[in-house]
Design a protein around this ligand. Structure first.
Ligand SMILES: NC(=O)c1ccc[n+]([C@@H]2O[C@H](COP(=O)([O-])OP(=O)(O)OC[C@H]3O[C@@H](n4cnc5c(N)ncnc54)[C@H](OP(=O)(O)O)[C@@H]3O)[C@@H](O)[C@H]2O)c1
Length: 332
């Protein structure tokens, strides 16, 4: 594993972070038992992953809590999140504090390393900063969280407007954002600010559905070509990103390309990968630790897709949220 420092937090974190939500939720989405999901987290931890990203709405905090029992608490970084809204209404600050308390109970721990307000849209940002952050800083003083952060909501904020502002506000220490080969907005809108101000960055949506669900990339590319947003040949190709795959330094697969691409972008600290399959956990960590994509390929991705905004930012499971986890569309 390779480790880095998460912005100015002082946390030493693995560059590969296990995402315990997304479409897989550690395999819970396809019916894995708790014990099997705990075992998957331990596979990642045995491979050196020390950053685990969960959230109240994922329904995986208890699994994470069980998995981390096998290591001293200070050897693992646990990040969780609280929802801030129900529908379009903000929930009261007291409920966010109660959510933190509940997370600590579920995780069976005294503190979380990173506590994030989940999926903050630009229109609610001022209130989140002015009303919610001060209350959470009081919880930080009590030792219940070590670092405060927030996550953007890429499907609702494809231009990353919320983080353009948040990265200028010193109250936040960690931000989570979407970035991938065909959604490169953060390179101009976010990373300059986070690097200048020392905010830690945790990257989501690196693969999501567009690069993992068969046919999704081709379908997306055909739509973009029809709108004149990408060259016609990309819309007609059976394997539009096939040019990235070759021997001697090229990618082994599209997913390998996606993780290597994000890992080596200046400004990214932790690359989240979400999976409920042990083999995927192993290969994804291998990709994140792989060499950068060849410069010419990175340049080609920028030339072809650098202008796009909001591509491939699908909700988990194609927009269908598992009701039992209480997930709302506002939480991604
Ligand atoms: N607003 C927010 O705060 C927010 C929103 C979204 C996500 N997140 C966080 O980000 C994490 C990552 O989520 P993501 O959706 O961006 O995940 P991802 O890493 O982009 O993966 C997306 C999907 O790809 C599949 N996959 C992974 N590796 C694969 C492989 N090697 N081959 C084939 N399929 C593979 C996985 O399903 P399999 O189970 O089949 O492997 C997974 O569900 C989440 O777990 C969550 O912690 C946060």
């Amino acid at each position: 594993m390779e480790y880095t420092t998460l912005g100015n937090t002082g946390l030493t974190v693995s560059v590969a972070g296990l995402g315990c939500g997304g479409g897989s939720r550690l395999g819970q989405a396809r019916g894995l038992s708790t014990a099997d999901s705990v075992a998957l987290v331990r596979v990642a931890m045995d491979l050196g992953v020390n950053y685990l990203d969960t959230a109240t709405v994922y329904g995986t905090e208890r699994i994470v809590g069980q998995a981390i029992k096998s290591v001293p608490r200070d050897e693992i970084n646990v990040a969780t999140k609280a929802s801030i809204r129900k529908g379009m209404d903000l929930i009261p600050v007291a409920d966010v504090i109660a959510s933190l308390e509940n997370s600590l109970r579920e995780l069976d721990t005294d503190y979380v390393d990173v506590f994030q307000l989940h999926a903050v849209p630009p229109a609610l940002y001022d209130r989140i900063r002015d009303e919610y952050a001060p209350a959470l800083l009081r919880e930080k003083e009590k030792g219940k969280l070590r670092h405060l952060g927030l996550t953007e909501t890429p499907p609702n904020d494809p231009a990353g407007e919320m983080l353009i502002r948040a990265s200028q506000d010193p109250v936040w220490e960690v931000v989570m954002l979407g970035f991938h080969m065909m959604h490169q907005v953060a390179r101009r809108n976010c990373f300059p600010g986070t690097m200048e101000h020392g905010l830690g960055t945790v990257i989501m949506f690196v693969v999501r559905g567009i690069f993992s669900i068969p046919g999704r990339l081709e379908e997306t590319m055909a739509g973009l070509a029809a709108e004149g947003k990408v060259p016609e040949w990309l819309g007609e190709a059976d394997n539009p990103l096939g040019f990235l795959i070759y021997e001697d330094g090229g990618a082994k697969s599209i997913i390998d390309a996606a993780y290597r691409y994000a890992r080596h972008e200046a400004g990214t600290d932790v690359i989240l990968f979400g999976s409920g399959i042990e083999e995927h956990i192993r290969t994804n960590i291998g990709s994140i630790l792989g060499a950068p994509l060849p410069e010419a390929d990175v340049a080609k991705l920028e030339e072809l897709f650098g202008h796009l905004e909001g591509v491939g930012l699908d909700l988990p499971l194609g927009g269908v949220f598992p009701a039992k986890a209480g997930i709302q569309s506002g939480d991604t």
